[in-house]
Design a protein around this ligand. Structure first.
Ligand code: HEC
Length: 133
């Protein structure tokens, strides 16, 4: 039987928001970055390529959302400019995966730096502004 407290928690809970295509890709990207960091820490980067393959698969869904107009970058920017930046970023991810596939931990660490620089570079330009409160 539900206690009144549990019932009130259920009733007051915000409806779960489904992440959009970009957000879903970003969650996987975040996870892949963590996998890379842990790999660098432990000296074993073997799990890195598989983590980024998931990001790559999600990118296809993002492309569809961009082409259908289901997702749009920040007002005042264009889908074409976003795609270009995303393409450049994914090239940096490929270099990271190659370094990890070679089990080259120092090269993976160096390339992780380049990849991390790409996060704010894109967010400041293209992340849509949050809706006004
Ligand atoms: C090519 C552009 C681009 C790059 C590069 C990029 N992001 Fe994002 N990221 C976005 C956009 C756009 C959003 C906002 C999506 C939205 O809210 O609709 C976002 C949002 C996020 C979010 C929030 C997701 C959510 O659930 O609201 C996280 C976490 C994130 N990015 C992590 C990262 C990390 C980590 C990196 C770098 C390793 C990175 N991003 C690189 C474009 C990018």
């Amino acid at each position: 039987m539900l206690t009144p407290l549990l019932l009130s928690l259920i009733l007051s809970a915000e409806p779960a928001k489904t992440p959009n295509a970009v957000q879903a890709e970003m969650v996987l990207l975040h996870e892949a970055i963590l996998v890379t960091l842990v790999g660098i820490e432990t000296g074993n980067v073997e799990a890195v390529p598989a983590a980024f393959h998931k990001v790559h698969a999600a990118k296809a869904v993002t492309e569809q959302a961009l082409d259908s107009g289901a997702w749009k970058p920040k007002a005042g920017t264009t889908v074409a400019a976003f795609k270009k930046q995303d393409q450049t970023f994914h090239q940096e991810l490929e270099k990271l995966v190659k370094a990890a596939a070679k089990k080259d931990v120092p090269a993976t660490a160096k390339q992780l730096g380049a990849v991390i620089n790409g996060c704010p570079a894109c967010h400041t330009k293209f992340k849509p502004d949050p809706p006004a409160p």
